[in-house]
Design a protein around this ligand. Structure first.
Ligand code: C2E
Ligand code: MG
Ligand code: MG
Ligand code: MG
Length: 278
């Protein structure tokens, strides 16, 4: 009897394990089909400088316009895409498309200062062809190198720290800026931060959301901003949703912000409208 019961639960475990794998297998196939079918599009979220009172650029965020499931956000497919080279394919489309779109806006608004930030997976960031691809996209659309911002996370940098430093330096020597995304969420190691030659850090949304939730002061946010200042780095707040958060951040010396308070990520035409209204 015991053996039978065990056998059954082993079987059930095996069954759910297989179903899980089969689902992932299907989704991976779907990803490849989606790429071949051009189903990935970029949405753009404005980055606002409160002191200058203007939109300084956009962050490009990928969406999967799935024929049956509708618009899927990165959380539903990025992790899986990172397991194999599909993330590189999505990344290649993203970099090129983002540069192309930025060129249109720079011309339409005669503003060469407008920037575009692109999120980069570890796979793409450490790929031997990255610097070359950046050069290609930038020169293809005749953009200033300073128009491009590449966002990486600390987790990415730590995967191969010395190598990451070299890549960052190479990109920066071209004029590209590197921002450290989701800061505070990972290790937030001061040892690494001090040695990572990034241009700015982005305070993770989870910390911004705590502002205005009861406590008057938010020591973590204060510390990140103060640290950025003393390291001579720009600091950007992501996920700003309320005027209370805006005022708090401004009071602490963080004036570059991004979040639903200003705008959700928008399709290219709507992002253009946003710029026109500003
Ligand atoms: P992230 O780079 O930290 O992007 C910010 C995320 O916060 C975006 O989610 C954005 O839609 C969301 N967000 C912005 N403002 C607010 C706000 O005020 N409130 C709330 N609740 N959320 C806000 P999204 O677009 O789902 O992207 C999630 C993550 O997926 C990104 O985090 C980024 O790490 C990754 N990702 C997005 N696009 C790409 C891409 O093209 N390539 C790679 N490798 N990763 C990407
Ligand atoms: Mg980002
Ligand atoms: Mg972020
Ligand atoms: Mg984030």
């Amino acid at each position: 009897y015991e053996a039978k019961k065990d056998g059954k639960s082993t079987y059930r475990f095996y069954q759910s394990f297989m179903e899980h794998h089969y689902e992932r297998f299907l989704l991976k196939q779907e990803l490849r089909r989606g790429i071949a079918n051009n189903e990935f599009v970029l949405y753009y979220q404005p980055k606002v400088d409160i002191i200058q009172r203007r939109t300084i650029g956009f962050e490009a965020l990928v969406r999967w316009n799935h024929p049956e499931k509708g618009f899927l956000s990165p959380s539903e497919f990025i992790e899986l895409a990172e397991e194999d080279n599909t993330i590189e394919l999505i990344g290649n489309l993203g970099l090129d498309e983002a540069c192309k779109q930025l060129k249109c806006w720079q011309e339409e608004f005669s503003n060469k200062q407008l920037t575009i930030a692109v999120n980069m997976s570890a796979r793409k960031f450490f790929h031997s062809d990255l610097v070359h691809q950046v050069q290609e996209s930038i020169s293809k659309y005749k953009l200033p190198y300073s128009s491009l911002v590449i966002e990486i996370t600390e987790t990415t940098a730590i995967k191969d720290f010395e190598h990451a430093v070299k890549i960052i330096q190479k990109l920066q020597s071209l004029g590209v800026h590197i921002h450290l995304d989701d800061f505070g969420k990972g290790f937030s190691s001061l040892y690494y931060l001090n040695r990572l030659p990034v241009n700015a850090i982005k305070i993770d949304r989870s910390f911004i959301q705590q502002i205005g939730q009861g406590q008057k002061e938010n020591p973590i946010v204060n510390a990140i901003i103060a640290m950025a200042h003393s390291l001579n780095l720009d600091v950007i707040a992501e996920g700003v949703e309320t005027n209370v958060q805006l005022k708090y951040l401004l009071g602490k010396g963080c004036h570059i912000m991004q979040g639903y308070y200003f705008s959700k990520p928008l399709p290219a035409d709507k992002a253009g409208d946003y710029l026109r209204r500003m």
